[in-house]
Design a protein around this ligand. Structure first.
Ligand SMILES: Nc1ncnc2c1ncn2[C@@H]1O[C@H](COP(=O)(O)OP(=O)(O)O)[C@@H](O)[C@H]1O
Ligand SMILES: [Mg+2]
Length: 532
């Protein structure tokens, strides 16, 4: 199966493969859809979807190419060789399970807003609604049912976990002339109406001038779909894939790193920054662990593929969710590594992945790079060319430099990150170990915070008791001296001696509020308020 984007990643650099998608046409519009973020560029450029050889029998359902290496006894680091999940995902990702619908029906129940959320190699993601539920809609076109499309269509909806982006539904249809007619009206005077056809650019203004209030019409999905398909250079006969996902409204982990969420500032203390990092890493690890237990290797784990959804659970204000299963591999039973032609984004690729070997451990390497990126706030291998990164990481002459002389919390994160970036895959921790590691570090930070709070409380209590003792002594002394009525206010340090002000002892007792009148008789001194 060949994707329309298929290029041999070993012969093309990432920007070229991005170009492959967008093509060099001067017709490319420069509107809202034409905006490409640095992330999406990297994402797209890094994902040179290699032309895939026909799958070998054992690997038919996975779409992965070439040989399957059966597992040697499992190393502690790489997790279970067979997926733990009883649901056989391998048979799910069989292209024969894909059912096409009519192109005319593909937008049923969907509304698209002219708001691009992002884009990658294969698709453009826009916001919209699914039966009036806000959602993100990923639109991609491919020459036939390519591997990425099969994964989007079949794998996404099968994976349910709070730390994986949920796919509500997925659809695909063959692009027809009839559908293009619906988008832009029938063409007149065309010599061969059955010849492959590209869409003409759309007039954004609808009636030629547009809405004078500037509000625009957001609801009708067809103009937006027209724009997306035009932008993707869709041609009749290609397959249109639409994936409807939960809307992750707080951007990506990549953006959070750029905004400095994991870096200490005057307002965001070191503990907060570290806990934000650790909590986010724990969520990514949970999502990845779910994938690995299901026998799925992500294959393109990176901050741009970790989406953030607003949540009020903690001070970060979001929950992290792993997304984009387009490059994932479903491991056949009892297999721990497979060979593949697909490449993720080079900065996150493990040394062995450049030679076409992927396993759960290659995802663990990517997690190490993510930990480095969150801790330093920098882009990995910034300023290096892609061939230099490929060559350097592959041979071991290039590695990420961890900062030195950091706080103990950071040192613990660094130690974990270094394990993830072990050159030998079997030396890397499993995602279970990564999860346990980050939780343990956060627990230690929390224990320290609680310990400090308890120490402060102890100091306060001792001061309180000392104040009470002093008060008692003062009262005793006053009583012995026959000084008359003593008055004590509940909270510490507010003792008041009344020589006449405030009324009589009995009046004050009636007024309540924790104010106790104490008479000159010694036994009455027992009535001191010791509630605190
Ligand atoms: N569910 C979503 N909610 C919000 N934004 C999304 C969603 N899915 C994707 N995006 C945005 O689109 C970008 C590309 O999506 P992705 O699924 O990674 O596509 P690709 O497979 O082409 O890389 C993401 O980096 C993100 O910015
Ligand atoms: Mg992506």
């Amino acid at each position: 199966m060949i994707c329309h984007t298929g290029v041999d990643s070993r012969t093309r650099s990432r920007p070229l493969s991005r170009t492959q998608l967008a093509s060099n046409s001067t017709r490319r519009p420069r509107g809202w859809l034409a905006e490409i973020t640095a992330d999406s560029f990297l994402s797209a450029a890094g994902r040179t979807a290699a032309a895939e050889a026909p799958a070998q029998p054992v690997d038919a359902a996975t779409g992965s190419t070439a040989t399957v290496q059966h597992g040697t006894p499992l190393s502690v680091g790489t997790g279970s060789s067979a997926g733990l999940n009883a649901f056989p995902l391998q048979s799910v990702v069989d292209p024969r399970n894909v059912k096409e619908c009519r192109a005319l029906d593909i937008m049923a129940g969907l509304q698209l807003a002219p708001r691009e959320l992002g884009r990658g190699t294969y698709g453009v993601v826009v916001s919209g609604t699914y039966n009036m539920l806000p959602c993100a809609i990923k639109v991609m076109v491919s020459q036939g049912l390519c591997r990425a499309a099969v994964r989007e269509l079949l794998l996404g909806p099968s994976l349910v976990h709070p730390n994986l982006v949920a796919t509500y539904t997925s659809r695909c249809a063959r692009l027809t002339h009839e559908f293009f007619d619906l988008l832009e009206g029938p063409r007149i005077g065309v010599a061969d109406p059955t010849a492959p056809r590209l869409l003409e650019p759309i007039l954004h203004s609808g009636d030629g001038f547009g809405d004078p209030t500037g509000k625009g019409e957001a609801a009708d999905p067809l103009p937006v779909l027209h724009q997306v398909l035009y932008d993707l250079k869709a041609v009749t006969g290609q397959v249109l894939t639409v994936t409807v996902q939960e809307f992750c409204d707080a951007s990506t982990l990549s953006q959070a790193v750029k905004r400095g969420l994991f870096i200490t500032t005057a307002l965001w203390g070191v503990r907060l920054a570290r806990r934000a990092l650790l909590r986010t890493a724990a969520e990514v690890a949970r999502g990845m662990l779910h994938l690995h237990d299901a026998g799925v290797v992500h294959g393109d784990l990176k901050p741009a593929n970790v989406l953030l959804r607003s949540a009020r659970d903690d001070r970060r204000g979001f929950t992290a969710k792993v997304a984009d299963f387009g490059l994932s591999h479903v491991l056949p039973h009892a297999v721990i590594t497979i060979s593949t032609e697909t490449w993720g984004s080079v900065a996150y690729m493990a040394p062995e992945a450049f030679d076409g070997t992927v396993s759960r451990a290659t995802d663990a390497w990517a997690m190490g790079v993510i930990l480095w990126e969150m801790l330093t706030g920098e882009r990995p291998f910034a300023g290096k060319t892609q061939p230099a990164v490929v060559q350097g990481v592959r041979t071991g002459s290039l590695s990420l430099e961890w900062p030195s002389g950091m706080d103990p919390m950071a040192e613990a994160i660094i130690a974990l990150g270094r394990r993830c970036l072990a050159r030998r895959p079997e030396d890397r921790p499993s995602f279970r170990a990564i999860l346990e590691g980050v939780v343990e570090i956060e627990l230690a930070i929390r224990a320290e915070v609680l310990q400090q709070a308890a120490a402060l409380q102890l100091v306060a209590t001792e001061a309180h008791l000392a104040a009470l003792a002093a008060q008692q002594l003062a009262l005793q002394a006053a009583a012995l001296a026959g000084a008359g009525v003593q008055v004590y206010d509940g909270p510490p340090g507010t003792q008041e001696t009344s020589g006449g002000e405030g009324g009589t002892a009995s009046q004050q007792e009636e007024q309540g509020g924790g104010r106790h009148a104490v008479c000159g008789d010694l036994p009455e001194l027992q009535r001191l308020n010791l509630e605190d």
